[in-house]
Write a protein that binds this ligand. Structure first.
Ligand SMILES: Nc1ncnc2c1ncn2[C@@H]1O[C@H](COP(=O)(O)OP(=O)(O)OP(=O)(O)O)[C@@H](O)[C@H]1O
Ligand SMILES: C[C@@](O)(CCOP(=O)(O)OP(=O)(O)O)CC(=O)O
Length: 396
């Protein structure tokens, strides 16, 4: 039997201008445009292999070693769109094998916690769609393909690109203009780094999908956000990226995280994603920026309590002299830094200590379970790895 296979990796993206609210639930069309930074796959990555053969009579998914249902309407919509694009190719060239009619085997692994507010659905749907597009040899651009990933999970469309990415909300009812585009590639501004403080690795209380439905239906503040705040901020943030203006980019990022969480609180019943640790981290970042007299760090929080702090590589020792002091007991530092480098952060802190004019909470680390040190990175990558046994078409 012939087995056709393809594999891709895909990254996580963390929005700096948040998507929150749908104008069409089935097509996953948003009420506002959004912007994100794609994170390096050295640290957070989905690997997805797909196989198809005339012998496979159903679609199957194995996620992190366990067979899972492919029954969700969103996944079905992605598979339907991909098959229909393949069918168009097959109809126009009778020499092509009619693989659009065969079952698909999808095997995927995330190298980080799934459904823990670390955007696994974004990397997951992006990888799924890209792997099948490769398998089907689809000629469409990644922006076109991003519309299919969008139907799986809105934020997934942005994981089709590396660097700095915009999801243009579009205005068409059928969603044909609601797609991801590159604002700037990773090389344009490659010295942006991120430290993720994993505040809780548990499953979250209110899933994004239902949370945003409640906000759209009940929050007055949300109407102001989508009409008055985001359209202007979208243009300003793109400009800050093009001009590599970190203080402006950082300020807009923090304001937008706060605006999004304010609309959550303004929902009825209210939705709380930030916990006390998250709020203390927000205060800490402001205290650090005030202390240095410049905006060197920007926090942002998705639909959960985990903090993502963006900063420029050149400011790392300024930031880490304080952050390492507070979180050195948390796991994650030694994967990136030698004990000598960590010692330098300690030394920096000793030099600063007498000047620090804000309270350092030496219990704060207790609310953080893990630190992930990463940076801006590229989009989906080809790889010679495969999770599928070429002889059987089953997971290895
Ligand atoms: N590698 C993958 N392949 C296919 N689907 C995946 C993959 N990883 C995650 N998913 C899907 O995404 C779901 C998790 O999405 P969910 O929105 O709950 O969490 P998250 O994306 O980690 O968090 P958040 O969206 O708040 O950042 C999983 O239950 C699964 O259905
Ligand atoms: C707060 C966010 O992370 C919300 C992401 O929501 P999802 O993309 O997970 O929602 P669905 O489209 O319903 O799957 C902001 C963002 O990533 O822009």
């Amino acid at each position: 039997m012939s087995i056709y296979t393809a594999t891709t990796t895909a990254p996580v993206n963390i929005a700096t201008l948040k998507y929150w609210g749908k104008r069409d639930k089935t097509l996953n069309l948003p009420t506002n445009s959004s912007i994100s930074v794609t994170l390096s796959q050295d640290d957070l990555r989905t690997l997805t292999s797909v196989a198809t053969s005339e012998k496979f009579n159903e679609d199957k998914l194995w996620l992190n070693g366990k067979e899972e249902s492919l029954g969700s309407e969103r996944t079905q919509n992605c598979l339907k769109d991909l098959r229909s694009l393949r069918k168009q190719l097959e109809d126009s060239d009778s020499n092509l094998p009619k693989i659009s009619e065969f079952g698909l085997h999808i095997v995927s692994e995330n190298n980080f916690p799934t459904a823990a507010g670390l955007a696994s659905s974004a990397a997951g749907f992006s990888a799924l769609v890209v792997a099948i597009a490769k398998l089907y040899k689809l000629p469409q651009s990644f922006s076109e393909i991003s519309k299919i990933a969008r139907k799986g999970s809105g934020s997934a469309c942005r994981s089709l690109f590396g660097g700095y990415v915009a999801w243009e909300m579009g205005s068409e009812e059928d969603g044909s203009d609601s797609k991801a585009v590159e604002v700037a590639p990773v090389e344009h501004w490659s010295n942006i780094k991120a430290v993720i403080l994993v505040v809780s690795a548990d499953k979250k209380d209110t899933p994004s999908t239902s949370g945003m439905q409640t906000t759209v239906a009940t929050s007055d503040l949300f109407q102001w956000r989508i009409k008055e705040v985001v359209p202007k901020r979208f243009e300003e943030m793109k400009k800050s990226i093009i001009e590599k203006n970190f203080p402006l980019f950082a300020e807009l990022t923090m304001k937008d995280s706060n605006s999004f969480h304010a609309t959550c609180l303004d929902s009825y019943p209210p939705i709380f994603y930030l916990n006390d640790t998250s709020k203390k981290i927000i205060k800490l970042v402001h205290a650090i920026n005030d202390f240095y007299g410049e905006t060197i760090a920007a926090y942002t929080f998705d639909a959960g309590p985990n903090a993502v702090i963006y900063y420029l590589e050149e400011n790392e020792s300024k930031l880490f002299s304080i952050i390492y002091k507070l979180f050195n007991k948390v796991e994650g530092w030694s994967s990136k830094y030698s004990s000598e480098q960590l010692g330098e952060f300690n030394q920096e802190f000793e030099n600063l200590k007498s000047k620090i004019d804000f309270a350092l909470d030496d219990e704060l680390y207790k609310g953080v379970s893990r630190i992930i040190l990463t940076k801006v990175g590229p989009g989906p990558q080809d790889t010679s790895e495969s999770l599928i046994d070429f002889a059987t078409g089953l997971p290895k």
